[in-house]
Design a binder for this molecule. Structure first.
Ligand SMILES: CC(C)(COP(=O)(O)OP(=O)(O)OC[C@H]1O[C@@H](n2cnc3c(N)ncnc32)[C@H](O)[C@@H]1OP(=O)(O)O)[C@@H](O)C(=O)NCCC(=O)NCCS
Length: 380
């Protein structure tokens, strides 16, 4: 990695995270770091005391910190896995995912963010990673400029996040729909049969499905039919996200409106139907992943599965939303119940080819997006 002369003069040191000395400082940075534009709503993450919670479920992971003396000047996380790249069927590559890049406001524009990413790319290269990728919000100018202009990343995919409030009344499941929870081995074989050619499908899907955060995989089909023989069916898996989030920096008008509606909701049962979630205080959430449908009637089975997941979340204290992330062009989004006013298609994934000098015939960067991609819940 090449540093500018100024950076070399600077006494900022990049090194792996050390829980003993860095935990409190990293949690402090997480609490106080301003993310995104000051004028737009943002998601604030509370790792509940475990800053590694967004990477520790991946096969290989690392957190790096930037420090100067006793001061923590930035952090970045990375994880490595093998996954499908799209293009010719079955082709796989080693992928490095960069996330959680944070530099405190007063230390920005000193090249620290760039150095942290370069250090992470260096670790990726030591581990023979083929592609590095990252996700950021469409309006995060600092992050997009850093990755695309300064570090050679290309804008790549644009997934959509579908949001559904959990609410306080159980949803009704169509009595003609049968829902079955699968054994992990059954789920694994369904995933391999129907999803292994999707971009980003992880080679270690068995580890995802058997992780304690994965609450299970369910299939739905017509009552009286066997799911394994049905021609119309749907499946989902549910992931219990290990951290809390809240929405901050909502325009004052929206905040006021939401507060009034929540107040009315408490006073009158007719407002309960609107179901205004409290997203301004920290809350937990489930992620629906691995959604798949087969057959022309499958949409209603998918809806039943999503109601089932929502009813599960309702039984847990402090769970406010169900999220599902789907490919920007993925038709499955029409089958997954969500609130349009809460859902957003603001993410951009950027990618960089790290295989210098050993180019293969297939260049993923230039490959057009598949309609569906596999969204790995470990990387949310
Ligand atoms: C994004 C972030 C990590 C950048 O850190 P940084 O240390 O300030 O970045 P650098 O100094 O290495 O900046 C390198 C380049 O990025 C771009 N950049 C950085 N901040 C920018 C800003 N506020 N506006 C526009 N471009 C910006 C510029 O091209 C800059 O080069 P230049 O200074 O020569 O113009 C920092 O702003 C931050 O912590 N933001 C909040 C968290 C976040 O959004 N993380 C990214 C999520 S993936």
């Amino acid at each position: 990695m090449s540093l500018t002369k100024e950076e070399e003069r600077d006494c900022v040191r990049i090194r792996p995270y050390d829980k003993e000395t860095d935990l409190e400082k990293v949690l402090d940075l997480e609490r106080n770091c301003e993310v995104g534009s000051k004028k737009r709503p943002i998601l604030v993450i509370d790792s509940m005391g475990d800053p590694l919670c967004r990477i520790r479920n991946s096969p290989l992971f690392l957190m790096m910190v930037a420090e100067s003396g006793n001061d923590l000047l930035g952090v970045v996380c990375g994880s490595i896995k093998i996954a499908t790249t799209g293009g010719s069927s079955g082709s796989q590559a080693k992928l490095g995912y960069i996330l959680g890049l944070r530099v405190p406001t007063r230390h920005r524009r000193r090249g620290i963010g760039r150095r942290l990413v370069l250090a992470m790319e260096h670790w990726f290269c030591l581990n023979q990673v083929d592609y590095a990728y990252m996700a950021t919000e469409r309006n995060n100018e600092a992050s997009i400029n850093l990755f695309t202009y300064k570090l050679g990343y290309t804008k790549f995919r644009t997934p959509t996040i579908l949001v559904n409030p959990v609410g306080n009344k159980p949803g009704r499941i169509d009595p003609n729909v049968a829902i079955t929870k699968l054994e992990i081995s059954q789920a694994e074989s369904l995933y391999k049969r129907h999803m292994s050619s999707l971009e980003f499908f992880p080679q270690d899907i068995d580890q995802v499905l058997s992780n304690k955060l994965s609450l299970g995989t369910w299939v739905a089909c017509r009552r009286g039919e066997s799911w394994s023989e049905a021609s119309n069916w749907a499946m989902i898996s549910v992931w219990n996200c290990p951290y809390r989030i809240r929405v901050a920096r909502l325009p004052i008008v929206c905040l006021f409106r939401a507060k009034i509606l929540r107040h009315l909701e408490r006073l009158s049962p007719c407002f309960k139907r609107i179901g205004i979630p409290n997203i301004f205080s920290f809350f937990r959430f489930y992620i629906i992943y691995g959604g798949h449908v087969e057959g022309p009637e499958a949409a209603r089975f998918m809806r039943a599965l999503c109601v089932h997941a929502r009813n599960m979340a309702m039984k847990q204290e402090g769970y406010t939303l169900i999220l599902a992330e789907v490919g920007g062009e993925d038709g499955i989004r029409y089958c997954i119940p969500h609130r349009r006013d809460l859902s957003f298609s603001s993410d951009i994934w950027c990618i960089k080819d790290l295989k210098e000098g050993k180019k293969e015939s297939f260049d993923w960067n230039s490959f057009p997006p598949c309609t569906s991609i596999f969204l790995d819940p470990r990387e949310f």
